[in-house]
Design a protein around this ligand. Structure first.
Ligand code: SF4
Ligand code: SF4
Length: 459
């Protein structure tokens, strides 16, 4: 499916997008409209964030504007400038589901809650999970759940998988699999190396089958009647949820993925005054989460969350409150490594952010000299807080401040949550007791894990 497009009528050929594209997927002559090579594009949306060439209602007239807005399937309430590089909007499907008799559920990824408020004039990096939950409820979603819940679930599965690989002689290093842009890159460019990817689905794709099986039981609804909307800081998530194999619940696991920007359009469409909303909670149990889940939104966060639980899985002990912050894996450098003592074991870890930095890592992996156990990869410059679906920063000067503030707000949220390790999430414990039984068990294998092109799987 095509996710990202360049409108040739609007593109001036400035080639700024090509400079930020991590996989060199944009081609064309200078000063002529550019084209995206679909087979290379990983749908990261960095070009959408960068592009400055636009048409506006004032400068280009209502007729052309309305035509372009319709091509993008944007609601008619949208009046802001339309840029040359864009992703198609899927809000029409969400609105149809809200009007139908479907049992609608919504969830949002960690990085959405530190950025959505920017669309309503609040400062860069405002932390507003409570307002976001309140807005979703006022729009009329029957359940307001949270992808952070499934980030905790991902850690249980991925941490267990890592320990099994390390202690059982499995393929190492193991790479994280939460970022669909990274996964597409590996499948397209290096199918011979996909055995290094964790078999865990991303949090989005763990929520889908869980909400439509266990969640259907809890809510006493027919899984066929559930319509699940996922709000992501990411444009590649729509590609991910459309993948044919993402139906392990027996239904389409996630019905539609929208971006942070699009959730803001929806909130505005319903005439909700976001800044004035009270803080509300997510619905329990499938909206309960820990600090470990929320740091998935920043580079190094999945690694840190995995280490907090991995420590307990390996040693049987708990990290004390002072040791929960694992500073050596924090930071924003493109590639960083650390040795982490876990009981008698020294775990060698790597964190890569921005796929532009990947080539030397792949070279070492191919040569068998990447001496690491576990590597986190996020395609966007500083992880999901800088994702292609986040509020657009039209002035480049605001970009560093926005990333910094969103990152800091994420760590504030982590610190303030009552529980900061995924295995301490009571809703996750309940899920294993009542439904999944054990991490990486038979049920998890069917619902929460996947295979990749080249890994001997079924694609
Ligand atoms: S899509 Fe935007 S950023 Fe890319 S060349 Fe065209 S105008 Fe420039
Ligand atoms: S979406 Fe990402 S990979 Fe695709 S063309 Fe744009 S910047 Fe490149």
């Amino acid at each position: 499916m095509t996710v990202i497009t360049i409108d040739k009528d609007i593109c001036t050929g400035c080639q700024e997008c090509a400079k930020v594209c991590p996989v060199y997927a944009i081609e064309g002559n200078p000063h002529e409209p550019q084209k995206i090579i679909e087979e290379r594009c990983v749908n990261c949306g960095q070009c959408v964030q960068k592009c400055k060439s636009y048409i506006s209602l004032v400068d280009h007239g209502a007729e052309l504007y309305a035509q372009k807005r319709a091509e993008r399937r944007l609601p008619e309430t949208v009046t802001e400038p339309l840029f040359a590089a864009y992703n198609v909007c899927h809000l029409d499907e969400v609105i149809a589901a809200l009007k139908s008799s479907k049992f609608t559920m919504i969830m949002a990824a960690p990085a959405v809650r530190v950025a959505i408020a920017e669309e309503f004039g609040m400062p860069l990096g405002s932390l507003t999970p409570g307002k976001m939950a309140a807005a979703m409820r006022r729009i009329g979603f029957k359940r307001v759940y949270d992808t952070n819940w499934s980030a905790d679930l991902t850690i249980m599965e991925e941490g267990t998988e890592l320990v099994k690989r390390v202690t059982g002689g499995g393929v190492l290093p193991m790479f994280t699999s939460c970022c669909p842009a990274w996964i597409k890159y590996m499948e397209d460019q290096h199918p011979n190396l996909t055995k290094h990817l964790s078999t865990c689905r991303s949090p989005q794709q763990m929520s889908g089958p869980m909400y439509k099986t266990y969640g259907a039981q809890l809510n006493k609804v027919d899984p066929k009647d559930i319509y699940l909307v996922s709000v992501m800081p990411c444009t590649a998530k729509q590609f991910e949820c459309s993948r044919p194999e993402m139906n392990s619940s027996g239904q389409r696991d996630v019905d539609v993925a929208i971006t942070t920007r699009e959730l803001a359009y929806l909130i505005k469409l319903f005439g909700i005054d976001f800044a004035a909303l009270p803080d509300e909670e997510f619905d329990l149990p499938l909206g309960d989460y820990t600090g470990a889940a929320t740091i998935f939104g920043v580079t190094g966060g999945v690694m840190e969350a995995a280490l907090r639980t991995g420590y307990t899985l390996i040693t049987g002990k708990e990290l004390g409150p002072k040791d929960v912050d694992i500073q050596p894996v924090r930071g924003t450098e493109g590639f960083r490594t650390a040795d982490i003592k876990v009981g008698d074991l020294t775990l060698k870890v790597g964190i890569l952010t921005y796929l532009k930095n990947i080539d030397p890592v792949i070279e070492k992996l191919e040569a068998g000299t990447l001496d690491l156990h576990f590597v986190e990869v996020m395609s966007c410059p500083e992880g999901c807080v800088s994702g292609g679906g986040q509020p657009k920063l039209v002035l480049d000067a605001y970009v560093p401040e926005a990333y910094k503030n969103r990152r800091e707000a994420t760590f504030v949220h982590d610190k303030d949550l009552p529980k900061r390790k995924s295995h301490e999430n009571p809703a996750i414990k309940k899920t294993y007791d009542e439904f999944l039984k054990e991490p990486c068990g038979e049920k998890s294998h069917h619902l929460l894990h996947t295979t990749y092109k080249g890994s001997g799987g079924h694609h």
